[in-house]
Design a protein around this ligand. Sequence first.
Ligand code: UD1
Length: 460
Amino acid sequence: MDLFIIQGGTRLGGVARVHGSKNAALPIMAASILTDAPLTLTNIPDLADIRSMLALLDRLGVSMSANLASSRLTLQADDPSSFIAPYDLVRKMRASICVLGPLLAKRKKAIVSLPGGCAIGHRPIDLHLKGLAALGVDLRIERGYVIAQAEHLTGTTIDLAGPNGTTVTGTCNLLCAATLAKGTTVLTSAAREPEVIDLGELLIKMGAKIEGLGTSTLTIHGVTELGAATHEVIPDRIEAATLLIAGAITGGEVTLETVRADHLTSVVDALTRMGCTVQKTHRSMTIRTFEKLSPIDLATGPYPAFPTDVQAQLMALATLAPGKSRIVETVFPDRFMHVSELVRLGAQIEQHGNTAIINGCRPMNGAPLMASDLRASAALILAALASQGETVLRRIYHLDRGYQRLDETLNQLGAKITRVADVPENLPEESIPGSDLLAGPHWLTKPAGVSESAEGRTSL
Ligand code: UD1
């Protein structure tokens, strides 16, 4: 298992290129099932999640020519006989559920494993299923699988409002399903995320008739067939936000290229309120922090509100802002696994339900940490960059799922992150090659009254 050794305290500076969006690419790849003609996709990031989707599509009879080193992919669903997405593939990535709508629209049947929960909380798919049932799909859940079939799909009006807002992948599934349904489908309370718009734009290139992209009401007039298309995936706004915060948290100056500033309005607004300066030009952005950071009060929400996928990273930044910050998580109310790890670095954070109160400006010191999920890993790296000394971060496979070699991108900006490959999960810190972070009393600054016993244990 790979881990990172991160030396904190370096100011980042320079230019970084933002990769293609993971969350746009995954449903777009699943949309290849909707046609037997080829889809050519560019700006595909080279990520573990993309490889998981490729493995699933391969199982579903999609032939592919993939050159992820040049971010390019051609997909062609030339064997429509398969319709089963097995647990073994789906458990690796929740976004596998994005094949459900395309399978039902094109192949009229699907057996797709339920993705289950994850570290950011309970993640039901009831809205996906409610929408598909409204389109005429006969559904049941049996032994952990969604078993679904339909003679044909018929357009109708579907409201996608859930207790925590709309659903992004649910909107993608229903958008895909409705393209080949008979008649008109109206999705209300639909997700407005740029990733949904990107999928919609691809579907329109394939021949779909969709109105209202970017609004919460999508009208889809069903067509009988979709065809070939070529599409460039949008830049990853979450990677961009993470890199902007990396610049801010180290007091540096970072310029991002190939970025869409119009997708980052709420993030730029939050960073500006915290005292950062963000300059935008055509497809580039530069962040600088001239002043002391200010605390922030914000809530996450569906786009265009502040993204839940940047909540953990912003919390890392808020630990440096003198005063009290408040962050309310409205999309995934339990998404706070990073809090206890930030506290291990010295941050002072209290969690009350879906709200975190951060008492900023306590000095942070490197520590051994454990990543719990994708965005939490990014937040811990950012916090480690702002901490004194060394941090060892384990379980970075979470990070590699969704960031294309973030360690290399940050190192190009001056960070000091070493990736150590294949370290056994339970190896003590002192045995990790290149790490100075020794376990136990050797690295503790001993408070008065503490003495070390002959066996090397600390006694009070
Ligand atoms: C997508 C993103 C993820 C992001 C999330 C919210 C992808 C691959 N992943 O996840 O990175 O954090 O949007 O922006 O694009 N819900 C229901 N019923 C449902 C579906 C969702 O109640 O049927 C709830 C969820 O539990 C959550 C909220 O709705 O509280 C939003 O979830 P959703 O938008 O569906 O997230 P994903 O599409 O899984």
